[in-house]
Design a protein around this ligand. Sequence first.
Ligand SMILES: [Zn+2]
Length: 501
Amino acid sequence: MNSLNELIPYLKKGVIPISETIHVYEKSLFKYEDSYIVMIKDKNKKYLICTGQSNLLHDLEGKNIDNVSKLCDLTHENRLILNNYFPFTVPRAFGRNEITVGLGDRIGMATPGHIKSIQESNAKPIFAQQSIRELNLTNRTMEDVIDCAAFSVFQEGYILGYGADGDHLKDELDISREINLGISMLTLDCSDYIKNNLDLENEYSINLLYDELDEKFKRHYEATYLNQVFQLKNTILTYTEKDLKKAAIIYSAAIQYMIYIYQNYIQPLDRSIDFEISIDETQTVTTPHDHFFVANELNTHNIMITSMAPRFCGEFQKGIDYIGDIDLFNKELHIHSQIADYFKYKLSIHSGSDKFSIYNSISQITNQRFHLKTAGTNWLEALRLIAKVKPDLYEEIFNYSYNHFNETQKFYHITPNLNNITPLQNIEYKDYYTHLNNDNVRQLLHVSFGILLTAKDNKGNFLFKNRLQTIWNEHEEDYHEIIRKHINKHLKLLNLIKPSA
Ligand SMILES: [Zn+2]
């Protein structure tokens, strides 16, 4: 790396280095005591270079360029060093009053684009956010996900703070592991404890199931909810015996689990963490009675949650707009957000990308008190870039996804009709990127990320991963601009864009 030597004299003076061959990320120039540090990209690989005599230089692992400067790889160890010296690179909690948007980065390269977008808004970002399912499907670890987010905020000089969400965690082991890794938000998925598929229509079976609950719980529930009036802002909530019994049957065990996790893992921490309760991954729509019941039980036990994700009516399928009756959704959202306000937490909306027809309602009805999760839409935009700059590779990817749809669709609830996809032979190369405007294409490709990023040929080489990463890397700025535009479309409809932007 010859031209590297040219950069050092600039950096030693705290000036953004100039080079013909090496890309310097201007916004990543930071100072610590007498040290300057900046991120660069040489031959598609990123490094940090650091000068000076401070402990920062001493602590970073890397190759000495001379005795007061080092070239450092973007390793997990070096991310932890950055965390020690630059607090904005550490994931942080945002509490109940900030509007937050989850912007999971499926490929580990989308975050700078997300930063460009979120900077134009009033919202706070959760850049590191992958569920166990997504980690498994992509062969990534939560360490890697947080590393990518931390290096991205450093690269872009984004000092306003970001969160890391242990998304949809169910098992105690995963929870304790990810808390130790420094997540700032825990989304507890209680679906294993939520009773589904029960016959709750006839009174006989309701009574039978309710009778199985612990006496002490039943006494407490009946005293708390029967013959009581709960006054929400514009709604009065009362429980019939049937409302109460149904809520208790479905959620009692889940509530015990929420309390257990909070008391054993969150309360003992000496830092704050955003605690989200997810009851959305069930087949039954969360009724206002159910939502209030869960929230009130948590409140009674002094469990501080930051947000709750009920299961709304209609369908929130991946990568496409809301499917369902929008008036009914608005009506339900109105009551759910009154419940959230009553307990002072935020309503959380999952699978929240591309739901353009309901963003305005979400913004208005919740009075901008919400958390919106998006995770995979940046993956689709990454493929849009491929369709734009390398249409033949896009064709390969599309065909591979098409032929493996039976395997990929079982991980997600989606309902595309593959017969409604225009064959690529009928589209010109220059128009390939519009192929992704078709909802059926979006869903097909949305669920294929795991198989595409891990598929190998019979020699054990990646079929697509390396080629894709090379292109994403070479066209980094184009990719980030595509993402910025796409996410801004969301933020605009949510009324989150700052007037000056
Ligand atoms: Zn969810």
